[in-house]
Design a protein. Structure first.
Lengths: 335, 331
């Protein structure tokens, strides 16, 4: 440390009030009484902790649990606003409306009748359960995604809680992965699980056998895959938006704007120019296009399916790139 | 046993030629550190490189060159191991306002890999330790600044880290909360046998807690020594408060061969020998001046800091120049 500053022989500062040399004969000192000690009502004692810290999966599970359990109980976990939790419940219950209809259908023996056509298991209804525009993709899934992703990362930016993560042995990859998984699980629970319940309840209520399974299982799996891709895409876009702002509102509104805005613009272009090509910029339509192919119903878009698939891949890649780059910029020492 | 003794005495943080550049900007330049166990104050003006140093020590950013270890772990490749053994108390707010204090601290423990049961039990202990026993089940959004700082400290202490890094721990605290925070940090060092690295612009705070200081200026380590040693380097002075001819007295002192300087009625005289006091009194008699107060001036850390900054050519008149409204609680 030979290059350290040598302060030997230095003079310390002096302080005196302005005009301190004038008229101090008349000055009278006012001496404050010393404040009595307020004391402490407990004995402060440092207690060491001898335990061992768990491995990486325990840390990651803590992040996952914090975010997912919060949907069910805010006590001790991430707090979702009661209205958000209520909305998630309403959307979940609404997504299960075909189940009582199927039950009613089986109860009244409505074979091939109205109930069967509207809610029975077929390619169109399975596609519609996940990818139907009204009400699911206009009123339910985008809204659900918006409220779930809203504060997922933006809250960490706003409150500086990213420091709690990154000053601990949590890598950025783990942080992103667990946040992503948490959102995907919540969306998946509502979107994919309700789809699964819908399909299985049809089997149970109508006492379907192996032949039904053999006929419909591939369609069901196609729909499930489409639902999973929807969950992944919405999670990617939603989290990317959450990572670029400090506001829940921005992320939520941004997501809804992208989903509805691109759909609206594409629709206007289609009406004006009679081309569906611009639908490749609408995440919903790309998913719907792919979903139609996966469940095997006629495609109602003019452009090739590959365009929608490439567009979906590009959207996901761009969203994840944005997410990763923004999370990399989250600070520990200051935000 | 001698080996164990050597281990205890070995420095907890060592860096050699550490350099960090952000593009063309040199944030840390050839930083050579050997930080012993105990309490160490990290001082420096804003933008000196304190935060960058912390980030390097936590293994959060890659260094441009040089090497370093924290508790024997390489800062370049073992960041996660380092962060498992360090408790970091950030300067800025880092708490979820919607959580209860107990849940926040428990979650902080779980993020380190503690299981939920251990983390909860430990959270109770540390919250009691930082004086928040009765506020454990209050939402953080209802906390005062002092409580927020205490909660951040509890989060940092939850896993009983070997090193506690505190970035401006007394930011915005009132006198009582500040005293309690400093007392808690001191106790952590003394009773807990833990090491504390503390950065602060309030020199009194550093002096109260720390035995050693590391001073950074423009990315370089300019001083790394114990406070006691630094105080010894400064000239001993006698401070007088006089009445009835301070300038006469100053002239007399100088003509007597003493080194004196004056500001208003306050005169400081360099203590050359034991006879200096007698010479001062003699000069006072000869110049018909009342000596109202006379004491040996003990330089504090702020004096030393300003002295060093002055030697380095930094234009800092007082530590207030280093502070932002956040340091003073927004005042």
């Amino acid at each position: 440390m030979e290059d350290q500053v040598d302060i030997g022989g230095g003079q310390t500062r002096m302080e005196a009030a302005f005009g301190a040399g004038d008229g101090d004969d008349e000055a009278t000192a006012v001496v404050a009484k010393s404040q009595s000690s307020l004391g402490q009502i407990f004995e402060q004692k440092y207690r060491p902790w001898e335990g061992d810290l768990g491995p990486r999966w325990m840390r990651n599970y803590a992040i996952y649990r914090h975010h997912v359990y919060g949907v069910f109980t805010s006590k001790g976990h991430r707090q979702y606003h009661p209205m958000v939790r209520l909305l998630i419940l309403v959307i979940f219950l609404t997504s299960l409306t075909p189940v009582p209809m199927l039950f009613l259908s089986s109860l009244i023996g409505d074979d091939g009748g109205f109930f069967e056509k509207m809610w029975g298991i077929n390619r169109y209804n399975l596609w519609g359960q996940v990818l139907g525009y009204f009400p699911r993709n206009i009123c339910m899934w985008p809204l659900l995604t918006a409220v779930v992703v809203g504060g997922m990362i933006s809250d960490d930016r706003q409150h500086g809680t990213s420091a709690i993560y990154f000053s601990r042995p949590i890598s950025r990859l783990d942080y992103i992965a667990m946040k992503y998984l948490s959102v995907a699980i919540i969306l998946g629970f509502v979107i994919v699980f309700s789809y699964f319940v819908y399909y299985t309840s049809a089997i149970v209520f109508r006492a379907e056998g192996w032949a039904f399974l053999a006929d419909t299982l591939p369609i069901f799996l196609g729909g499930m895959l489409a639902g999973s891709i929807l969950v992944i895409t919405y999670t990617s876009i939603g989290l990317a938006l959450s990572s670029i702002s400090q506001s829940r509102f921005f992320a939520a509104i941004g997501f809804l704007s992208i989903i509805y805005g691109t759909k609206l613009v594409s629709l206007l272009v289609e009406l004006q120019f009679e081309t569906t090509f611009l639908y490749i910029m609408s995440p919903y339509d790309c998913l719907a296009h792919l979903g139609q192919y996966l469940v095997g119903i006629p495609l109602n878009y003019d452009h090739p399916l590959s365009f929608s698939v490439v567009s979906l891949i590009a959207m996901n890649c761009a969203a994840i790139w944005l997410l990763v780059s923004r999370v990399s910029s989250l600070e520990v020492t200051r935000e | 046993m001698p080996e164990q003794g050597q281990l205890i005495e070995s420095p907890i943080i060592v860096t050699k030629g550490l350099r960090k550049m952000y593009g063309p900007h040199l944030a840390l330049d050839d930083v050579n550190l050997e930080i012993p166990r105990g309490s160490v104050g990290i001082l420096g003006p804003n933008g000196a490189g304190k935060s960058t140093l912390f980030k390097c020590l936590l293994g959060l950013i890659t260094t441009t060159s040089g090497e370093g270890t924290v508790l024997g772990h390489d800062i370049r490749s073992e960041g996660e191991s380092i962060r498992s053994k360090i408790g970091y108390m950030p300067e800025y707010n880092a708490l979820d306002p919607n959580l209860f204090a107990i849940d926040q601290v428990r979650y902080a423990g779980e993020l380190l890999g503690m299981n939920s049961k251990n983390a909860t039990r430990r959270s109770h202990e540390v919250l009691e330790y930082v004086g928040l026993k009765d506020q454990r089940y209050r939402k953080i959004e209802t906390f005062s600044t002092g409580m927020l700082q205490a909660t951040k400290l509890a989060c940092a202490l939850v896993h009983d880290p070997e090193i506690l890094i505190c970035d401006e721990p007394t930011n915005g605290l009132d006198q009582r909360a500040r005293s309690f925070m400093l007392q808690t940090l001191s106790r952590t060092v003394r009773e807990g046998n833990r090491s504390v690295l503390m950065s602060s612009h309030v020199m009194d705070d550093v002096q109260e807690v720390c035995d050693n200081i590391v001073m950074i200026h423009q990315g370089r380590i300019v001083v790394q020594r114990s406070i006691e040693e630094l105080v010894k380097q400064v000239d001993k002075e006698i401070e007088l408060v006089v009445w009835g001819g301070a300038s006469r007295m100053e002239d007399k002192l100088r003509s007597s061969g003493l080194e004196a300087r004056r500001l208003g009625r306050v005169i400081r005289v360099k203590m050359e020998s034991d006879e200096t006091i007698e010479e001062i009194l003699r000069a006072a008699v000869q110049s018909s001046v009342q000596v109202r107060q006379m004491k040996e001036y003990e330089p504090d850390l702020e004096d030393i800091f300003l002295l060093i900054m002055d030697k380095l050519g930094a234009e800092i008149k007082g530590t207030e120049d280093l502070m932002t409204p956040e340091h003073t609680g927004g005042a």
